[in-house]
Design a protein around this ligand. Structure first.
Ligand SMILES: C[S@@+](CC[C@H](N)C(=O)[O-])C[C@H]1O[C@@H](n2cnc3c(N)ncnc32)[C@H](O)[C@@H]1O
Length: 246
């Protein structure tokens, strides 16, 4: 069974077991079971060491579902919401890479790592935080981003109309050539990193560098790392293209 199906099942079970635990107490004290299910699911979720965001979602999921049912919202709205969510962060589902953005502190550090006049490619550029932040801090750079989620792409594309040295393409990063990139930047998730390394080794020029925000490559220690003092504990990792792959 795939990891993501197992995770979905586990979250489903936390909700159901939360309800089963809440039921006897709710019946004994004549309290709505829905009110107790959230705290029970929260405790179970903490016990399973889920991220806090998931645990808090367990706290409110069933009551929210109940409110939504009570409001009798027409199904078209749910469909519209699903389409909008997909257009913003479809890659959370497709690639296990949600949309979150590099912090200002990361950009402040990144500007000192990137060599002069480098061509930088941001794999999965989101709304263009890195591209436009660097364009301002380092006007000497040539910056390109690829993105295949519609709404972040459109935002980055519109922003690019006003900045000379930034180009944004609607493309899948796996179908993007790295041959022209002196620096490949990415901020993705642990999941795609082994494949990113493979692509980098196969396609980047001999002098190419890979900079990953936060996520490392299993079995490939970075040559340099720059811990960032921001609220999410970012760290920039830098790899040179291996000589035997040049
Ligand atoms: C965590 S965000 C990082 C955004 C930006 N690079 C930054 O640092 O602020 C990762 C982005 O990669 C995009 N992405 C994930 N997989 C992709 C793929 N196969 N092709 C293109 N973009 C992808 C996601 O849609 C998301 O916008």
């Amino acid at each position: 069974m795939s990891l993501s199906i197992r995770r979905w099942l586990e979250h489903g079970l936390v909700m159901v077991i939360g309800l089963l635990l809440a039921w006897p107490v709710a019946v004994s004290f004549s309290v709505p079971a829905l009110l107790l299910q959230g705290p029970c699911a929260l405790v179970l979720s903490r016990f399973r060491r889920h991220p806090w965001s998931a645990s808090l979602l367990h706290l409110v999921a069933l009551p929210l579902l109940w409110v939504a049912l009570m409001l009798e919202i027409t199904p078209e709205w749910y469909l519209a919401l699903a389409v909008l969510t997909f257009a913003i962060s479809g890659n959370a589902w497709r690639e296990r890479v949600p949309l979150f953005l590099s912090t200002k502190a990361t950009l402040s550090q990144l500007q000192h790592i990137v060599p002069e006049k480098a061509r930088l490619l941001d794999l999965g550029c989101g709304t263009g935080t890195v591209l436009f932040g660097l364009a301002r801090l380092r006007p000497d750079l040539v910056l390109t981003g690829v993105e295949n989620s519609m709404i972040p792409y459109l935002i980055a594309r519109i922003r690019a109309c006003f900045v000379r040295n930034v180009q944004v393409k609607f493309a899948n990063l796996w179908q993007t050539s790295l041959q022209e990139a002196d620096i490949v930047y990415c901020y993705l998730s642990p999941e795609p990193m082994p494949k990113v390394w493979q692509q980098f080794c196969q396609q980047a020029p001999a002098h190419g560098q890979l900079i990953s925000n936060t996520f490392t490559i299993p079995g490939q220690p970075a040559q340099q790392s720059f811990p960032i003092n921001d609220r999410i504990g970012s760290c920039l990792y830098v790899w040179q293209k291996p000589k035997d792959r040049a």
